[in-house]
Design a protein around this ligand. Structure first.
Ligand code: UDX
Ligand code: UDX
Length: 458
């Protein structure tokens, strides 16, 4: 039974969808998901799941109560399962050595200790959370220094899903990476995890590696993706100075098959729980291994992202006659990207705070992220309204700032919006999602990213 019982500790954005997919694809396994957060588990057991992810409801409905179970009983889960995925959060450390860069591994270590404490048989423990390279070594020591005579294998199986497309990414991944120790027992454990994914993922997409390569691959994949965005965003600034058009530049560049066309969209900056945290983690590792040039190189990706967020606000203030004090700015989109309610590290948080520092009045609309937005902004002073209707949000606004690439923003009645706004009416399209020409013809002054502005003011 234990052989075919999987436990996941941490029912978050990663653990929840990943385990639901494993349960759906592997009916011969029982999948238990535990979390210390009671509210979250309650939500996973209800009709209102704790995270919004297209397609997730169906997968959970199909499996919950059959071979997928959510609970807060961590100890019982550890006892029952032979395979344990750990997907607890590993945020950036905020205190002590490495503060602001290193990963805070306290939840991971607590989880490892709880596994040792409650285990009654040998287990395979899999790092699903993103961890610094060589974290598995420490875990291996903690787990195997038990006095019960139990043995634990530590594997790494990083998650590459992106929010908003998590279900599609899980269903049809570019690759599944599993890293294990190069020992006989490590390789045996590796085979058992490969067997799980082989239920639905083609063999040649299941890549195995040593555990250190696996840990590092996750950090580096995210660092490379983020680096592309920072590179494009840096070029968007040059475009605005030279009348080049960022979309023409990226599409010409992307046709080079060596570069590729994906992940070249300019914007107000990348957000999400992973990119910044993982790059800073990489920077810290480089510093730790005395590679200062490498550390500086990667840190620049994060600095460029901050520059892009700030640049957007600066441009907005300058354009609106150098003052937005007392002016109403409608913030369209608060999620860090479209199709999610997640706002972790969203550029919207930083941009909203800076706009408030300039004494603007904010009117925030997002189709899914208003509850999280309220929580993010709860301690921030200033005049903020939250709206569930975009037309209410823009009423009396001097400007619209588009922060998230929600496709629904394209479908609004902009004539109606123009009529509801103060004049001159400005749109700062931080994601280049709107039809700029049409809006300009209606009378809006348009400020896209990395493209020529379209204004009636001259
Ligand atoms: C997290 C990490 O942020 C990421 O680095 C990693 O790759 C995967 O896990 P995510 O699922 O998005 O990503 O995090 P989050 O939604 O915060 O979920 C973590 C869950 O773990 C939370 O629900 C939290 O309550 C739970 N948890 C945390 C435990 O159950 N036990 C703990 O000791 C700590
Ligand atoms: C990312 C990785 O893509 C995923 O593989 C990893 O497992 C977790 O981190 P996620 O953060 O969910 O996933 O979303 P992603 O689609 O990568 O977007 C991250 C940020 O970059 C968003 O703020 C998005 O708006 C921004 N972005 C993305 C751009 O600004 N331009 C682009 O071309 C692509």
């Amino acid at each position: 039974m234990e052989e075919k019982t999987i436990l996941c500790i941490g029912a978050g954005y990663v653990g929840g969808p990943t385990m639901a997919m494993i349960a759906a694809k592997c009916p011969d396994y029982t999948v238990l998901i535990v979390d210390i957060n009671e509210e979250r588990i309650k939500a996973w057991n209800s009709d209102e799941l704790p995270i919004y992810e297209p397609g997730l409801d169906e997968v959970v409905k199909k499996t919950r109560g059959k071979n997928l179970f959510f609970s807060t009983d961590v100890a019982e889960g550890i006892k029952r399962a032979g395979i344990i995925f750990v997907s607890v959060n590993t945020p950036t450390k905020t205190f002590g050595e490495g503060a602001g860069k290193a990963a805070d591994l306290q939840y991971w270590e607590k989880t490892a200790r709880s596994i040792v404490q409650n285990a009654e048989s040998d287990k395979i423990v899999i790092e699903k959370s993103t961890l610094p390279v060589r974290a598995a070594e420490a875990m291996h020591r903690i787990l195997n220094s038990n006095s019960k005579g139990l043995s634990f294998e530590v594997l790494s199986n990083p998650e590459f899903l992106a929010e908003g497309t998590a279900i599609a990414d899980l269903q049809n991944p570019d690759r599944v990476l599993i890293g294990a120790m190069e020992t006989e027992s490590g390789q045996k454990a590796l085979k058992r995890i490969v067997d799980i994914y082989a239920h639905w993922v083609e063999k040649d997409k299941i890549r195995t590696a040593n555990v250190w390569s696996s840990e590092l691959s996750k950090l580096v994949s995210n660092a490379m993706l983020a680096q592309r965005i920072s590179s494009v965003n840096s070029i968007s600034a040059i475009c605005e100075k030279t009348d080049a058009n960022i979309e023409e530049v990226t599409s010409a560049m992307g046709l080079d098959s060596r570069i590729g066309s994906k992940f070249l969209k300019p914007g107000v900056g990348f957000g999400g729980s992973c990119f910044k945290k993982d790059i800073l983690n990489l920077v810290y590792l480089c510093e730790h291994y005395n590679l200062p040039e490498v550390a500086t190189y990667w840190e620049q990706v994060v600095l460029m992202n901050e520059y892009q967020e700030k640049r957007f606000v600066k441009k907005l203030v300058q354009t609106m006659f150098n003052t937005i004090a007392g002016k109403k700015i409608a913030v369209l989109g608060f999620a860090f990207k479209a199709d999610t309610g997640d706002t972790r590290e969203s550029p919207a948080i930083y941009i909203s705070k800076w706009l408030l520092e300039e004494r603007a009045n904010l009117s925030i609309y997002d189709p899914k992220a208003i509850p999280n937005a309220k929580n993010d902004m709860k301690d921030v002073e200033g005049d903020i309204e939250y709206h569930y209707d975009p037309y209410e949000a823009v009423k009396g606004a001097h400007a619209i700032a588009v922060i998230t690439d929600w496709q629904e923003f394209k479908t609004y009645d902009y004539q109606k919006i123009f009529d509801l706004m103060e004049k001159p009416a400005f749109i700062f399209d931080g994601r280049n999602v709107l039809d700029h020409k049409a809006l300009y013809n209606m009378g809006f002054n348009i400020y896209p990213l990395g493209k020529q502005e379209m204004t009636h003011l001259n």
